[in-house]
Design a protein around this ligand. Structure first.
Ligand code: C2E
Ligand code: MG
Ligand code: MG
Length: 837
């Protein structure tokens, strides 16, 4: 309510301004006037006819009429119709000289609204005491009344409000504090009334609160400012505050109300929403939202970028518009089924951009349901993984295909072969694996260059593709090697015919410019499941067979033999077991003495290998040497034996025993090109051993392999000082000329002849002729296998004095040799033999 100001001049006529109690002085007259003018109450005088004679500012403020309007007018204008009677009542009292005091009634404002007033009316008398009018003082009590009427209601509202409703003085002192304020800030009314509102304000907001107070003092309302306030527990809360000035009845600002609402949750929700919005707009992945019917309702920037469409082209459309022909409808159908069943689905799908280009999308779709569980929206996240896919496909190609011929490479071949084998097992049909190597292809490369070579490879691969079937696989293994997998070729004849065609396809002339080139192929072949192997092994077997095809003259097919392979495998197991035995020191050398029977002297020892097998006991050489034949391990072992023998000689020497030792040498070792060099190195490691004390026993049969090479080798070893004996002599049927060319010092008569010479004339004859031969060629002779005194006697009679055999000593461990040397006695009959029969 806007009340008019109190300035302005006196509005009453001079005649009514007299005060009761005689003529006032000029001063008191002025004073009264000021008093009446400044009063908030309406002070009015009227004559006995009821017409207004004075009207102060308070009256103007209360009733809305100015003094000019009211002076001379009937006061009845202020009376509501139903209150007209009151005027007569009041008049009668005045006429009776009575005063009407604090009479509460209702009057009408100039604008028509009713005002509750409390009225005091007194008679005005002239100097002679006659009543000439009445004064009327009216006070507006409508606010007081209104307050009493609504106070309870208002208090209830304030008490039950969740908002904090606080009133404060203009300096910020809290005057009232409702339950909402207590709940919001944690302080009780008791804590806060009389305290400064600044208590609730964080330090950095103090200025803001001061600002609010300033505005309130200026009569301005502070509407819905969002700020932060502190609770009793120190926690900050977001609040929305509205403060209004509180005025008294006359409009004077006497304080302020403050209504605060906790908007922390709302703020948080807003922040979350903002974040969501930011994520939505800034995420790299495309986001597409549809309604329950699957029509697009929202897409983000990224989706527009990925799809190439404008927003308005998409809204209201179905995502089916992105379907790409790069995949069947089943991909989307599967995803849809999963989405319906579980509420979400993930997968990869090809989609189409606006320009028609296909792109690979990694999709994740979720359905959003309302509280009743009904689908409201679907949200799809789309990551464009086209570059990734492209790279993957490229890698796949590099990984699985040969860049030159575009044929499958060995990796893809492995897969295909495995699949073919699976299918073969199910269908009980064979799989044929061919390993194919072009013959003398190196010559093409060397003669015409690699470019031409490459073109030949491509041409030949095309020729082969023409004869195989779609279900077959042709792969390039690298270089000029190919593998063909033929699936389900029924009969052997059938497959032979097909393989024959492949062989001929390889041999077809290749025309490159003016050049006409022709190559051929060697093919190794194996058939699963006859060859019950895994994919890798099948290829290896075909490869092995291909080698044999080459060895047998090229341009041909060779069938792999699984039975043969089984033997080879067993051998491999055994070989690796022996290799292990060398490392773990399970092999050991025994020594068998060689003696001069006539003189009773010891001429040396033969080193014989044994295997102390942890499970099978002491094994003779026959139990494991044959397995090693022609394997590289044989030469490894051979070197080990020489090394052990030399070490033993060195040890005996240190013990004062000088014993020549002979060592058996396998044919393969003998044929090593650097045998002599390696022997030299071994001898160097034992400088105390005289190389002349080392004798190498070579089998007559192995010497005959390559007489020329063996003779050269023996010469080289002679240069080192090493001697040779030909072992098992007589079993190899060597021609006399051969013997002449082999520079061996000693012939060792094979024990099979010696053993039976007393009973078998043929054997005796052989023994005799070997002895004679040695004599002719000036070689020494030694008989092995002397099992009895009698054989020894006979050998002595024949002129063979040196011997070795069980009758003299069995092969002994090295440690047993010194004792044997001390104890050994030749048979008396040997010593007594007359020399030279
Ligand atoms: P070898 O070189 O002819 O050795 C003589 C074999 O006759 C030895 O058999 C020996 O124990 C056996 N022996 C000796 N005196 C008699 C006898 O009076 N009666 C009978 N029945 N046998 C006798 P061992 O030790 O079983 O060796 C067999 C063959 O194994 C050797 O025949 C030799 O060719 C080969 N060998 C042994 N050790 C080695 C070696 O270190 N390296 C190579 N490459 N071959 C070896
Ligand atoms: Mg021997
Ligand atoms: Mg022998």
């Amino acid at each position: 309510m806007n009340k008019p100001g109190r300035r302005g001049g006196p509005r009453e006529t001079a005649s009514e301004s007299s005060a009761p109690g005689g003529m006032p002085s000029d001063f008191s007259r002025e004073h009264f006037k000021a008093l009446i003018e400044s009063s908030d109450d309406a002070i009015i005088s009227k004559d006995m006819a009821g017409n207004v004679t004075s009207w102060n500012a308070g009256a103007e403020a209360l009733f809305g009429y100015s003094a000019e309007e009211m002076i001379g007018r009937s006061l009845l204008v202020l009376f509501p119709f139903e209150r007209r009677d009151e005027e007569t009542l009041i008049l009668n009292k005045i006429l009776a000289g009575e005063k009407v005091e604090n009479f509460e009634t209702v009057r009408r404002h100039r604008d028509g609204h009713l005002i509750d007033v409390s009225v005091t009316i007194s008679p005005i008398r002239d100097g002679a005491g006659r009543i000439i009018g009445a004064s009327k003082i009216a006070r507006d009590v409508s606010e007081r009344l209104a307050l009493t009427v609504t106070a309870l209601q208002f208090e209830a509202i304030v008490a039950s409000s969740d908002d904090a409703i606080i009133s404060k003085s203009l300096d910020g002192t809290i005057l009232s504090w409702n339950a909402g304020a207590q709940a919001m800030f944690g302080f009780t009314a008791c804590d806060m009334i009389g305290q400064s509102i600044h208590l609730l304000v964080p330090r950095e907001r103090q200025a803001e609160e001061n600002d609010i107070l300033l505005q309130l003092r200026a009569g301005q309302k502070v509407d819905h400012i969002e700020t932060v306030r502190r609770r009793k527990d120190g926690r900050l809360i977001d609040v929305s505050v509205t403060s209004s000035p509180i005025r008294n009845t006359r409009g004077k600002i006497i304080g302020a109300s403050m209504i605060a609402r906790d908007i922390t949750a709302q703020k948080r929700a807003e922040a979350r929403l903002q974040l969501t919005a930011r994520v939505f707009s800034s995420t790299h992945e495309g986001i597409l939202i549809t309604d329950a019917n699957g029509l697009i309702v929202e897409v983000n920037e990224s989706f527009l970028r990925i799809s190439g469409y404008r927003r308005d082209e998409l809204l209201g459309q179905s995502p089916l518009m992105f379907s790409s022909s790069r995949q069947g409808p089943e991909v989307r159908a599967t995803m849809w089924a999963q989405l319906s069943a579980t509420g979400s689905c993930q997968g990869e799908a090809w989609s189409r951009r606006k320009d028609g280009q296909a792109y690979a999308g990694l999709l994740s779709i979720n359905s959003i349901r309302d509280n009743a569980g009904r689908v409201q929206n679907y949200v799809a996240l789309v990551a464009d993984i086209t570059p990734l896919r492209a790279k993957q496909e490229e890698l796949e190609r590099l990984l699985h295909f040969d860049p030159l011929t575009k044929l499958a490479n060995r990796i893809l071949l492995g897969d295909r072969l495995q699949q073919a084998m699976l299918q073969a097992r199910r269908a009980q049909q064979p799989v044929t694996v061919l390993y194919l190597d072009l013959d003398r292809f190196k010559l093409v490369n060397d003669t015409y260059g690699h470019d031409i070579g490459d073109q030949v490879l491509v041409a030949v691969s095309h020729h082969m593709l023409e004869v195989i079937r779609d279900t077959d696989t042709l792969a390039r293994m690298g270089g000029d090697e190919f593998v063909v997998v033929l699936q389900g070729v029924g009969t052997a004849a059938c497959s032979d015919a097909l393989v024959g065609r492949i062989l001929r396809a390889c041999a077809r002339p290749v025309v490159i410019g003016k050049l006409v080139l022709q190559v051929s192929a060697s093919i190794g072949m194996t058939v699963f499941p006859d060859d019950e192997a895994d994919a890798d092994q099948l290829i290896r077997h075909a490869d092995q067979a291909m080698f044999i095809a080459k060895r047998e003259g090229r341009n041909r097919i060779y069938h792999f033999d699984p039975a043969l392979e089984a033997g080879i495998q067993l051998r491999n197991v055994q070989l690796s077991r022996i290799a292990q035995a060398i490392v773990t020191d399970e092999l050991v050398l025994f020594y068998q003495p060689k003696v001069n029977m006539r003189l009773g002297t010891v001429t040396g020892m033969e080193a014989l290998i044994r295997w102390r097998h942890p499970e099978r006991g002491l094994l003779p050489p026959a139990a494991f040497l044959p397995v090693m034949q022609d394997d590289p391990l044989e030469t490894t072992l051979g070197e080990w034996v020489i090394l052990q023998a030399l070490a033993q000689m060195s040890r005996w020497q240190a013990d004062g025993l000088r014993l020549p030792v002979s060592v058996n040498i396998a044919a393969s070792q003998l044929l090593l090109p650097d045998f002599a060099v390696r022997l030299g190195l071994l001898l160097e490691r034992f400088p105390d051993v005289d190389p002349g004390d080392l004798e190498l026993e070579i089998l007559e049969t192995s010497a005959l392999h390559d007489l020329h090479a063996v003779a050269a080798l023996m010469q080289a070893c002679h240069a080192l000082g090493v001697h040779f004996a030909i072992d098992d002599f007589g079993t190899g049927y060597s021609a006399l000329t051969y013997l002449r060319r082999l520079p061996a010092e000693t012939l060792k008569i094979d024990q099979t002849f010696v053993r039976d010479m007393l009973i078998d004339h043929d054997d005796l004859a052989i023994v005799q002729s070997v002895i004679a031969l040695a004599d002719v060629f000036q070689r020494s002779v030694i008989a092995e296998g002397v099992e009895s005194m009698e054989i020894g006697e006979r050998l002595l009679d024949l002129g063979c004095d040196i011997a070795q055999g069980y009758a003299i000593a069995r092969p002994l461990e090295a440690a047993a040799i010194p004792e044997w040397l001390v104890n050994w006695q030749p048979f008396a009959s040997w010593k007594d033999r007359p020399s030279d029969p």
